[in-house]
Design a protein around this ligand. Sequence first.
Ligand SMILES: [Zn+2]
Length: 516
Amino acid sequence: MKHGFMSFFTVRQQALFENFYMVHLDGAIFQALILVYLLEDNTMKKNNIQNQSFIYKGKSLKIFAAGVMLSTALWGMDSEASAESRGLTVVHHVYAGEEYVGIVTDPDELTAWAEKKEEELEEEASGDVRHNLKLIPEHVFNPQTEDQQLVDQAKDAAAFVTDAYELKLGEHTVAHVESEEAAKEAIRQLKLTAVSEEELDRFEKEDLSKELEPGDSRVTDIQVKGIGDQEETQVSPDNLVKPEEAVKKLLAGTTVGIDHEVAEGETKEDILEQYGMDEETFEELNPDAEELSEGVLIRAEEKVPGAEVQVKKESRVAETIEFEQEVKEDGEMLKGETRVEQEGQKGEKVYTELITEVNGEQSAKSTEDEEVTKEAKNHIVLEGTKEIPSKGTGSLQWPADGGYISSHQGPRWGDHHKGIDIASPDSLTISNVDNGVVVSAGLEGDYGNKVVIDHNNGMRTIYAHLSEIHVQPGQTVGKGESLGLMGTTGFSTGIHLHFEVYVNGELKNPMDYLDY
Ligand SMILES: [Zn+2]
């Protein structure tokens, strides 16, 4: 029992107690030992109490209380009578942390208050709450203590702490959470401000060497920058925040107070610029600042930037390759003539897009591993370059797009029909029958819109009743080129082409020349 009790004490104090224990065996050396004890106690007050005293730290106050009882019991058993007979009483020196509060004779009220307060705070916080009150017993003669006043002072001075994890920006603590788990949760939530839960889960589970399919994307890296290590510490339960609150503080950044010693020639403006402070803040921090001179200490505030969540993402993208338009000259084809040699065809390529985001904002973008899965084909158009001959060949092609002869040359309605009429074509386009040059093109009486072509071989052809004319006088037109559209302008009873042929000024029957 004695040794169980002694184990709470330092070796030196154990020795002291052993001596105390011997007091009742040898009452003669008691006075001397008390003296030793008091000297020890004074030394302890001066030195670091925590390191060498047999006081009761934190949660062990209850054990301490037990110890005091035991101590009292020992005294009661062995020497209380003799101690009391000498006028000795146990008093308790009260400390709140390192702060010495005073002496109390009966610590029960203080002890009970501290324990109750611990329990109350434990209901709010999730972990153990401990107070920082310490009691150091001493035997004195005729103590004069003001217990109530001392207890009130001790309550004011007492602090309560609980285990916590601190979250830091660089080396500056910005928030405390209740556990290592809560600190991890805060970091996870910080990441979730930049990626979705699904992306984060996939990032943590998926093997990144697995190839992406086109259309798929994933997160390849998440780094939280600007934060320090999470470390275990103790704080007042009031200082604990939830992980989500810690995230806000980590993102917001903080300001740190700094003592700045004014350098030679340094102005207020220099200091404001150095710390990015405004003048108002400077005045608030240094209400009594007079003229700045070398060596003067100034309060400054330095901004610590908030945490940055850097996310790298990759996407496998499939993209259409548009085809090019290509024009090739063709000397075999007449000028103005075109032909599609190859229809354009769209191709397809896939590539990996790499995007870096900082707090959700894109900061870099690049592509890699491009692969063409289908080549595009140019749209190739042949354009004729051959000069259009203005001299006819003598053989005339059919001037309409199909159709039939609705009226031949010869006598008609008491008159002479000078040409042939062609009606009901497949389209309304009128084609030049042979190479030549436009002599005239325009409205002319009963002919309506009329075009006259000279084939420069003694032959002329006439096209009448057109609804639209597409050529101009003087223009060279090749065989088969469009002259305009079939219509019913002038003296006409319906949509048709009236066509005449002259050779050396003499009217001929078109049927003798047409390739029909
Ligand atoms: Zn006619």
